[in-house]
Write a protein that binds this ligand. Structure first.
Ligand code: GDP
Ligand code: MG
Length: 164
């Protein structure tokens, strides 16, 4: 069976954008609204001839009455239970938030390989200061990417497939 790679992170960091960029099609719905029904959150993808199944955990449906932070925690737990490799996505423009810390706390208890990626670095000549705060999450140096512009996605995927 294909290894499973899950994209985890609080809402709006760019999980669906990254998912679509890796899969090469617009399957996952990109939006800013919590609780919207998404029908496609799984897709097969390939990098360096290594096939894998990618999951956009932001599309996992949770009771819409739940608080956002409960949804994110639930989604992180699903990822921990099902994934072979987890991409923990944060937003370099926003910087470190308490929600990122909550997700990190859950992920730290997992034995799964976790790759921290800082999204929305759209200009590598102008790296946001806040990027250094992400080291405190305990997952090492974040891979800086721009999902929207498709920058450094290959670097990220190199790190993913080497953990299979
Ligand atoms: P999700 O909630 O984590 O799935 O995030 P989305 O993929 O829906 O993206 C949330 C917002 O961030 C959307 O407005 C995206 O267009 C925007 N976004 C995603 N990736 C990038 C990026 O690399 N750079 C910038 N500037 N915006 C991005
Ligand atoms: Mg999404």
């Amino acid at each position: 069976d294909n290894p499973i790679v899950a994209i985890v992170g609080r809402p709006n960091v760019g999980k669906s954008t990254l998912f679509n960029k890796i899969v090469g099609k617009r399957i996952s719905i990109v939006d800013n609204l919590p609780g919207v029904t998404r029908d496609r959150i799984y897709a097969d993808a390939e990098w360096l001839n290594r096939g894998f199944t990618l999951i956009d955990t932001g599309g996992i449906e949770v009771d819409v009455k739940n608080e956002i932070h409960q949804q994110v925690k639930y989604q992180a737990e699903v990822a921990i239970n099902t994934a072979d490799v987890i991409i923990f996505l944060v937003d370099a423009k926003e910087g470190l938030t308490p929600s990122d810390q909550e997700v990190a706390e859950l992920l730290r208890r997992s034995a799964k390989p976790i790759i921290l990626a800082a999204n929305k670095v759209d200009n590598f000549n102008d790296i946001p200061e806040g990027i250094y705060d992400f080291f405190a999450l305990g997952f090492g140096e974040p891979v800086m990417i721009s999902s929207a512009l498709g920058l450094n996605i290959g670097d990220l995927l190199d790190r993913v497939v080497e953990r299979f």
